[in-house]
Design a protein around this ligand. Structure first.
Ligand code: FAD
Length: 420
């Protein structure tokens, strides 16, 4: 390519920023990188779990224009509504049209609570900082009632088509620890109900065992294969005829794509159909969909980073006419907060093609499947909470450079001692 390649990245979340910063790192001056986002701030979603317990939502945001301008990435604040793939142009709602050579659609996911009758009206949900603040208020109300001697019940609910159940497991364990610390645990019944076949199904049998053991030790009733069909003001009904009552319902609703791109191939929830290794949209080789926007069945920030890295290196190999050697390899990593300890998991995944169990622990990669439970893992979560915002504020990708090598060594060292 004689002129600079025009690369338009849509979305200022994990996948969008990682792709944009890595592309800029690889191409200090041979590419025009532009980023479009409908908001002017990055939100560090994983740490919104602390909001119900007093964290300030403002601390979880990073202004995009400061970070992007450090790397000479042009920022457009606007809503993308349409991609004209035939003209290689993306259109914003204010009428701006941006031509591209390569387009990265990293617009993430959204919630569709209305899919379960009554859920939107009667459940507290955990998607946005505002919802987390509201949940904090409800927990305080529940605390006051329990302190007044009233018996209370909390039901945690994962309905079908939620694609990232982990945060609701964090929430049930954090709430349980918090209630104990408030001295009111005996006044509150806790039930966890999920459509999954195993607890945190995407992370395999060892996470299921950890959760089952924790539920038993903490007196939490857990129910699997519970398919919610109807929610009213004080109970949830399930397709198997069960009915579970609650004073407070906390749910993580079904997922859909944030943007339904007309003319591009997608699944029934709007997630863009992609080639696994490169994240190219099927039939549209110049369009990529890393992160929650694409059809990888598990939606997670760590996987979004890996996908964005594959996208950036694939575009790099095409511009530089060099071999592509770093396809997306879905090895998930997560640290599940519980307040009194945390659970670490590293899980090599394989897609199965079975809609009820779309991923499994990759056969033959058992050595890479690591799980550990320890209070020290809370430190790992805190380290990530400092490291990632530091990188993005500086206009640097998560997975690159000396800082990542140090972080990687730290995590590997911790998992060598604290996970098996
Ligand atoms: C409570 C909670 C806790 C979580 N905890 C973890 C965790 O511990 N570990 C983990 O790995 N994952 C976690 N996740 C999942 C993780 O946050 C997501 O997988 C991740 O945010 C996906 O990144 P993304 O870049 O694909 O999408 P997003 O981060 O959602 O970014 C999408 C971007 O696109 C922009 N956008 C959307 N529509 C448009 C449009 N029409 N035009 C322009 N811009 C648009 C948005 O404003 C946003 O900037 C958690 C999620 C939640 C809700």
């Amino acid at each position: 390519m004689a002129a600079n390649a025009k690369i338009v990245v849509v979305g200022g979340g994990f996948a969008g920023l990682e792709a944009a910063f890595l592309l800029r790192m690889r191409f200090p001056d041979r590419a025009d990188v532009m980023l479009v986002s409908d908001t002017d701030r990055f939100l560090f979603k994983p740490n919104t779990i602390y909001i119900p317990f007093g964290a300030d939502p403002e601390d979880l945001h990073i202004p995009l224009s400061d970070a992007l301008s450090k790397r000479h990435i042009t920022f457009f604040q606007g809503r993308v509504e349409n991609v004209a793939a035939d003209k290689k142009q993306v259109s914003l709602s204010d009428g701006t049209n941006l031509p591209y050579d390569f387009l990265v659609l990293a617009t993430g996911a959204d919630m569709r609570p209305k899919e379960i009758e009554g859920l939107a009206d009667h459940a507290e949900t955990i998607w946005t900082p505002g919802e987390m603040t509201r949940l904090g208020g409800r927990l305080q109300e529940l605390r006051a009632k329990a302190l007044g001697g009233a018996k209370q019940s909390i039901l945690f609910l994962v309905p079908p088509n939620n694609k990232c159940s982990g945060p609701l497991y964090e929430m049930v364990f954090m709430v349980e620890t918090w209630l104990r610390r408030q001295g009111i645990r005996d006044h509150v019944d806790i039930t966890y109900s999920t459509f999954e076949q195993g607890f945190i199904q995407a992370f395999g049998p060892r996470l299921h065992d950890v959760v089952s053991k924790e539920f038993a030790e903490r007196g939490i009733r857990g129910h699997l294969q519970d398919v919610a069909s109807h929610v009213s003001a004080n109970d949830v009904r399930f397709t198997n005829g069960e009915r579970r009552e609650f004073d407070l319902l906390v749910a993580f609703p079904p997922y859909v794509a944030a943007v339904d791109y007309e003319g591009l191939p997608k699944d029934d929830r709007g997630f863009l159909s992609t080639t696994l290794e490169t994240r190219q949209v099927v039939g549209f080789p110049d369009i990529y969909a890393p992160g929650d926007a694409g059809d990888f069945p598990v939606k997670q920030a760590f996987l979004a980073f890996l996908q964005a890295d594959a996208v950036a290196t694939h575009i790099q190999s095409r511009i530089g006419a060099t071999p592509f050697r770093t396809p997306f390899d879905p090895v998930s990593m997560c640290v599940m907060e519980m307040f009194d300890k945390a659970t670490f998991a590293q899980v090599p995944l394989r897609m199965t093609g079975d809609p009820d169990r779309p991923v499994e622990v990759r056969p033959g990669a058992e050595d890479e499947y690591k799980v550990g439970v320890s209070p020290i893992w809370r430190l790992g979560k805190k380290l990530l909470g400092v490291y990632l915002p530091m990188r993005f504020r500086a206009g640097e990708p998560f997975h690159a450079g000396t800082a990542w090598q140090l972080m990687d060594v730290g995590l590997k060292g911790m998992s060598g001692v604290l996970a098996e």
